[in-house]
Design a protein around this ligand. Structure first.
Ligand code: HAM
Length: 417
């Protein structure tokens, strides 16, 4: 029996991969406009890194991590996200020593043992961005504007930006208590998960999808009404800066993120087009994360998008590439000539295809059709004898007689002299 891949681990095949390359190239192009540089981080980290940063009481750490002991007995985990690793690298390499401001992006696979469904996989891919060293709300607005800019560059009108504030260690404890007090009378309605985390993580009930939790949290107190003066000011200024540059957003007071490191601004890019998996990108500020993993007290903010989900939103668009030229060759002498011209034109920067096995003209034209090349050139004995051949423009239907040398064919294809 043939061996198949592992459930939740997908192959990205040619045809689809062009879309991924377009998403990645767009991210690089847009992020670099905002001064970000790429960082590449390992897939395996010490398990402790994620326990300390994401939080022991989160779904990710409790249930979803691919953790194991390596052959040396070390507890390691396949990264479930990138932020913790990027901050570990930032601290380890003392990137803050000269300038605490680092503007970084990354892309690559992440691993979570979740129940696979459309838009949710066990190996999935994120493109993420992190900016450290700026506490000012201007940078919150900058990060959100960059993310919006990225989706605009992809030509997507979905997803839309939702923002919230989760406060800080000053104001969140009082809010937690107010929420717990509110939920206590309704605790029977909560789902088992939310009952279990009533003490450790009561905020999760606010964005729990279960009908009971949604009912129980109707009219619950809002974090935004409990923000301390500094957090409230930060949120107002973030909003003002978003409005200043015309970045559209709405406020979602129920947004609670599934990772513990967030403070103040949190956000999600949401869509209604992917069923239950509504978040295409998500992130927030994490002013205590760097110090929690042993670094200095330096603030940070960032996001990650799920590339599979972005690709699903782009499903209708065609990213397949067309070769520039297909050369059909008839007869034993024409084949080496087609091969020679192909090679010369490839070196000049053209994508060229031939039929390697010298099949009939009919089957070669079928291949030309399949490749959907912009031009075709047909070479037989007569063409070789006169040193020219017909070059057909497959879009315009026009035909030119061109000399059988790469420079002439190049000139004809580019409209040059
Ligand atoms: P997250 O919300 O856990 O945040 O994930 C960010 C995005 O990754 C989600 O919005 C979703 O698009 C995608 N994603 C997550 N899990 C899966 C999955 N199982 N299958 C497919 N896509 C998935 C973080 O990971 C934070 N590190 C984001 C961040 C960066 N916050 C600050 N900086």
């Amino acid at each position: 029996m043939a061996i198949t891949g592992i459930k939740g681990f997908n192959d990205i095949l040619p045809g689809e991969v062009e879309k991924w390359q377009h998403i990645e190239a767009t991210a690089r192009r847009v992020f670099e406009l905002y001064g970000l540089s790429e960082i590449r981080i390992p897939i395996l980290e010490k398990t402790e890194l994620f326990c300390r940063s994401i939080g022991d009481a989160t779904d990710i750490v409790e249930k979803e991590m691919y953790s194991f002991e390596d052959k040396g007995g070390n507890k390691v985990t396949m990264r479930p996200e990138g932020t913790a690793s990027v901050m570990r690298a930032y601290v380890e390499h003392k990137m803050h020593a000269l300038d605490p401001v680092a503007r970084l992006y990354y892309m690559g696979p992440m691993f979570r043992y979740e129940r696979p469904q459309k838009g949710r996989y066990r190996q999935f891919h994120q493109i993420g961005a992190e900016i450290t060293g700026v506490a000012a709300p201007t940078v919150d607005a900058q990060v959100l504007t960059m993310l919006t800019h990225f989706f605009q560059e992809l030509g997507l009108t979905e997803p839309s930006l939702q923002i919230n504030s989760l406060g800080c260690p000053c104001c969140r404890p009082a809010y937690r208590e107010a929420l717990k007090k509110f939920l206590l009378d309704r605790i029977d309605k909560l789902c088992d998960d939310c009952k279990r985390r009533y003490d450790t993580n009561p905020l999760r009930a606010l964005d729990c999808k279960s009908a009971g939790c949604q009912e129980a949290t109707q009219g619950a107190p809002s974090m935004l009404d409990h923000l301390c003066a500094e957090c409230s000011d930060h949120f107002d200024k973030t909003r003002k800066h978003l409005e200043l540059v015309g970045t559209p957003y709405s406020i979602n007071q129920r947004m609670v993120r599934g990772l513990d490191y967030y403070t103040r601004t949190t956000f999600e890019m949401v869509t209604t087009m992917l069923g239950a998996q509504s978040a295409v990108a998500a992130g927030g500020r994490y002013d205590g994360l760097i110090s929690s993993i042993g670094g200095p007290q330096i603030p940070g903010i960032g996001f990650a998008m799920g590339v599979e989900r972005v690709a699903l939103l782009l499903a209708e668009k065609d990213f397949s590439r067309r070769p520039d030229l297909f050369i059909a060759a008839l007869g034993d002498e024409a084949h080496p000539e087609a091969f020679r011209l192909m090679s010369a034109l490839q070196r000049l920067g053209f994508a060229v295809e031939i039929d390697y096995e010298g099949k009939s003209l009919k089957s070669q034209m079928r291949r030309a059709d399949k490749f959907n090349s912009r031009f075709t050139l047909i070479i037989g004995g007569d063409e070789l004898a006169r040193g020219t051949a017909p070059l057909k423009n497959m879009d315009g239907g026009t035909q030119d007689e061109v000399a059988l040398d790469a420079a002439s064919i190049q000139a004809a294809m580019t409209g040059g002299a």
